[in-house]
Design a protein around this ligand. Structure first.
Ligand SMILES: Cc1ncc(COP(=O)(O)O)c(C=O)c1O
Length: 397
């Protein structure tokens, strides 16, 4: 790094922070509306019932403004925690005060980095891994280690080998429709990994951002539910993909023994999660039929996914991907091209997707791209695929 004035004063931890290509790409697409974006993991805001949202906002202002306009409990607004426990936490034995509300699950990841990771702490992550987790953890200087993945979860014998050779402190995973690979763990692997983590005394950070986005409404049991060592497991949830990222509300189920430390870190960051947002969301969740909403978004995203799959099969039959039954992405391999070249050339045609190497600890020679299907609608999606097709054809012929 150059020694500019800002670098001289920059703390070492700030030099470790990874940039996010996705945020950079989002900036470009926001500035220029002609861009067709397969990049962000953006839910469709039109799927939310705006009348109920309006009613929740009105009721908050009319009847709850004294609470909504104040500081709140740093662990979160109790009525919201009650709804989370009742409707979104399916694991047995979780208590109300184990739930900590955060500014998105992204803040939960940052707090867990601060709570659990020192310089060179061995942290195991999936390959590929959610980029936001790398951004959250890297300032704390952990030694990140990649775990090879298979179509139904981790390679269990490789996991056992790593755990036997190195003292692994924690394992971060996103086991449902993983961002970006779309891998969803089988029940056998959930059980096998839970047993191994118990045997080797490893902390699990289980990120369930896409838990409710299975297109048929299947809800997979958490790895947490298979663990005996419940005190070594943190589970993160989020309203971003099922309600809206605009609220910036997520939660973490925190083991009893870490609750106080978690809370103190949260206080140091922001005292409490946006109280106004928590109360509007609480009212909204109590007015809406969440199961009806789930089936609405699941059906919509299934149709969107099918459309992108059909377009890729039609225009780009060479590309390879697993056809996911949930989530918001396809993880697509483009044979015979270099990732950077394809990325640069499609951007000239005003299309974006996220290059696979952004999600890796070590660069891969294969060209993978994460393609989001929840955002672009109808003819825009087709136009985007056509533009990628013309660039790809140009490169490989
Ligand atoms: C796997 C995963 N975890 C966490 C997040 C952060 O979500 P939130 O909006 O709740 O901060 C995302 C966002 O895309 C995600 O994909």
């Amino acid at each position: 790094m150059e020694s500019t004035v800002s670098n001289i004063f920059l703390a070492n931890r700030s030099k470790n922070i990874r940039s996010s290509a996705i945020r950079e790409i989002l900036k470009i697409t926001v500035k220029d509306s002609n861009f067709l974006s397969f990049a962000g993991g953006l839910p469709n805001p039109n799927l939310l019932n705006k009348e109920l949202l309006n009613q929740s906002m009105e009721e908050t202002i009319l009847f709850s403004s004294e609470v909504a306009l104040q500081y709140g409990d740093s662990s979160g607004y109790t009525d919201l925690k009650k709804i989370i426990l009742e409707k979104f936490v399916l694991d047995e034995g979780v208590k109300l005060d184990s739930i900590m509300i955060t500014h998105g699950s992204q803040q939960g990841l940052d707090i867990l980095g601060k709570l659990l990771m020192d310089e060179n702490t061995n942290v195991l992550v999936e390959d590929p891994v959610y980029l936001g987790a790398l951004q959250a953890f890297s300032p704390y200087g952990p030694n990140l280690i990649s775990l090879p993945m298979e179509f139904d979860g981790p390679n269990v014998s490789e996991l056992k080998k790593i755990l036997s050779e190195k003292k692994i402190h924690c394992f971060y995973t996103n086991p449902n429709y993983q961002n970006p690979s779309t891998i969803t763990w089988s029940l056998e692997k959930r059980r096998a990994v839970a047993n191994l983590l118990d045997e080797f005394g490893v902390i699990l950070i289980e990120d369930e951002a896409y838990k409710y986005l299975d297109f048929s409404g299947i809800i997979y049991p958490s790895i947490f539910s298979y663990r005996k060592e419940k005190d070594l497991t943190f589970v993160l949830g989020s309203f971003s993909k099922i309600i809206s990222p605009g609220f910036r509300i997520g939660w973490v189920i925190v083991p009893e023994v870490y609750k106080d430390s978690f809370n103190r870190i949260k206080q140091g960051i922001d005292l409490n999660t946006n109280q106004f947002s928590q109360i509007i969301l609480t009212k909204l969740l109590s007015l809406m039929d969440i199961n009806e909403h789930f089936s609405k978004i699941q059906t919509h995203y299934r149709n969107q996914k099918n459309q992108l799959v059909e377009l890729l099969n039609h225009y780009l039959p060479e590309v390879k991907f697993q056809d996911p039954q949930g989530g918001m992405f396809l993880w697509v391999e483009y044979p015979d091209v270099r990732e950077n070249e394809l990325m640069e050339r499609i951007m000239e045609k005003k299309v974006v997707m996220v290059p696979g190497n952004e999600f890796r600890l070590k660069e891969s020679d294969s060209a993978f791209f994460r393609m989001n299907f929840s955002f672009l609608q109808g003819s825009d999606m087709e136009e985007g695929v056509k533009r990628i097709h013309s660039v790809y054809r140009d490169i490989i012929t």
